[in-house]
Write a protein that binds this ligand. Structure first.
Ligand code: SAM
Length: 318
């Protein structure tokens, strides 16, 4: 398969310092603000907006099962910010894994404080370089959903990591199981790069910025190791991330029997669902807007949110 060969060569041609430690150190060092302090974050509306998008995604794709427990594996679970969303989706069991030990401890604490209606286990582990069977108990390796929220872009550092992650996901899902998540939108990145003068490698506004170390080809070939530094006020400070060229992601996922069901830019989800019966009221409840439709996300925050898309795949095959 020619495409696979290209990918393998790409990984070899771009030997890079392992950034795993940079990512782990960054997330380990970030304190958990707690709900009260979080309310004073300068990007609180953006955080609420992203949380609403994740809730929409989770509720759209969580299957209804009555005859058995509904189980979720959250890879790159961070500090457990999605625990409430999964509770609302009515799941019965949850396992969270993250490379940053401190985040895992905070997720455990948040689980104890929230007391959701499902059982949960948490593990510290690297889901992009190791097999999850190294840390998941043998009787707990099958799930209905694997969630990858804002973390897959770290795996696109190399073909090896991206494949290991997708292999982990695929192994944990039976036929009909769902992989869902959120990632930067490569179409937006490509569009922004095309609009930039040839000598420039960065863009952004007061709250976020994207800075490439070198200008990539707009076709994103080879599709791995296309590094940029992402800055988001009060959240991510200069951690290396990697473009996830969506078509390459879809093609590799297919080799692990994961077939694309749905993908949508955040802004399109917002426009389609803001007045919908199912999710319009949820925007108010999650304080993305108030009852007058005010206190919405401001244009700078919306531009930062436009950087992302959400996706859902279904496991096919036997
Ligand atoms: N999913 C959470 C959310 O949506 O709030 C956290 C997202 S945070 C932007 C990215 C997370 O991916 C961090 O918690 C980071 O530690 C985790 N991560 C990065 N590389 C990882 C790896 N190799 N294995 C497991 N987790 C990883």
């Amino acid at each position: 398969n020619n495409e696979e060969e290209t990918y393998s060569r790409a990984a070899d041609d771009h030997p890079r310092k392992d950034v795993r430690d940079v990512v782990r150190t960054h997330y380990n060092a970030r304190p958990d603000m707690g709900t009260r302090k979080r309310q004073f974050s300068p990007i609180i509306q953006l955080k609420r907006f992203n949380n609403w998008i994740k809730s929409v995604l989770i509720q759209k794709f969580t299957p209804r099962v009555d005859d058995r427990p509904l189980l979720v594996l959250d890879l790159g679970c961070g500090k457990g910010g999605d625990l409430i969303k999964w509770d609302k989706a009515g799941i019965d069991g949850y396992i969270g894994v993250d490379i940053a030990e401190n985040s895992v401890d905070q997720a455990k604490r948040r689980y104890r404080e929230l007391q959701p209606c499902f059982d949960a286990l948490f593990y510290a582990g690297d889901c992009f370089s190791r097999s999850v069977s190294e840390f998941l108990p043998p009787d707990q390796r099958q799930f209905d959903i694997v969630s990858l929220q804002f973390c897959l872009h770290y795996a696109f550092e190399s073909e090896l990591k991206a494949r290991r992650l997708l292999e982990n996901v695929s192994k944990c899902l039976p036929r009909g199981g769902i992989m869902l998540g959120t990632i930067p939108n490569s179409d937006i990145i490509s569009q922004r790069l095309k609009e930039l003068p040839p000598s420039e490698v960065s863009w952004g506004n007061d709250i976020y910025s994207v800075r490439f170390t070198q200008r990539p080809s707009h076709t994103f070939r080879p599709p791995f190791g296309i590094q940029y530094f992402f800055y988001l006020e009060d959240a991510v400070t200069d951690v290396p991330e990697y473009v996830v060229p969506f078509e390459a992601f879809r093609a590799i996922a297919e080799t692990y029997d994961l077939e694309l069901l749905w993908q949508k830019p955040f802004v399109d989800i917002f426009n389609e669902e803001k007045n919908s019966e199912a999710f319009g009221n949820l925007m108010e409840r999650m304080k993305v807007v108030d009852s007058n439709g005010k206190r919405g996300i401001d244009p700078q925050e919306l531009e930062a949110a436009s950087f992302y898309l959400a996706f859902a795949f279904e496991k096919r095959g036997i």
